[in-house]
Design a protein around this ligand. Structure first.
Ligand code: SF4
Length: 246
């Protein structure tokens, strides 16, 4: 079995805990306006085998220490669910943990893949159905089917929210996000990150001859984003008393 590989990062520090070997798999059904990897939208040739993943991971294993491991990212790794299950079985035999960095829009076979995933890192695109469609081009129902599946399983969860100026940088959106997270098992949420929108992918759109959707947007100010996060986490901890996020 093979999957379509876009890139490998052998010392990833942001896609899960510890040092990670990150496999970026091609293909995605969404078209997020802030996407900085448009070159990964198309699936392309299946050029990565399970053996190659295990071999690479074993080379990196000495750096993983207690909490590192392998992360499957994308594009949308859920489009390669069967491949990831095969990899995860082999990686677990080697004592290597497996994270999935996803927007939750895949092939609806989530009950089959989730038992093999140690950590799910999930992008919340938007909490409102119309705004979700405007931002991504698809219906929110698809992402919510993945959230429904998560509720039946016990994966650890990291939540990510890209903050786009003029869209998510307001009190109403923060309130809606706090409420939206009620769809998850709160006790499984270990971390929530706010990522400031940036225009670093713009050049790729120009190279691909695709109009850049956020030509009118500036980068999100990082300090402002940190301030919004503080406000959010205060509201969150106020509502979900058992949570201890900082
Ligand atoms: S889900 Fe990720 S890869 Fe897909 S369009 Fe959105 S940002 Fe890009």
């Amino acid at each position: 079995m093979k999957a379509s590989l876009g890139a490998i990062e052998t010392f990833g520090l942001v896609d899960g805990p510890g040092i990670r070997c990150v496999f970026f798999l091609n293909g995605c059904m969404l078209r997020c306006k802030y996407c900085h990897n448009p070159e990964m939208w198309k699936k392309g040739e299946d050029n990565l085998s399970v053996d190659e993943v295990v071999e690479r991971a074993l080379k990196c294993k000495p750096y993983f220490r207690d909490n590192g491991g392998v992360t499957f990212s994308g594009g949308e790794p859920l489009l390669h669910s069967k491949f990831i299950v095969e990899c995860a079985k082999r990686l677990h035999e080697e004592g290597i943990n497996v994270a999935l960095d996803t927007a939750g829009v895949g092939l609806d076979d989530y009950d089959e893949i989730l038992p093999y995933i140690d950590l799910v890192i999930l992008d919340i695109k938007h909490t409102d159905k119309d705004a979700y469609k405007e931002l991504t081009g698809l219906d929110i129902d698809k992402a919510e089917r993945f959230i429904d599946a998560l509720r039946k399983h016990d994966n650890k969860l990291w939540i990510r929210q890209v903050v786009v100026p003029g869209i998510m940088d307001n009190h109403e959106y923060l309130d809606s996000l706090v409420n939206y997270l009620n769809k998850f098992k709160i006790s499984n949420i270990e971390k929530i990150d706010f990522l400031p929108f940036h225009r670093m992918g713009r050049e790729k759109y120009i190279t691909m001859n695709v109009p850049y959707p956020y030509e009118d947007k500036q980068d999100m100010d990082k300090d402002e984003c940190d301030k919004l996060y503080k406000e959010f986490i205060e509201k969150y901890n106020n509502i979900y008393k058992d949570s201890n996020l900082t």
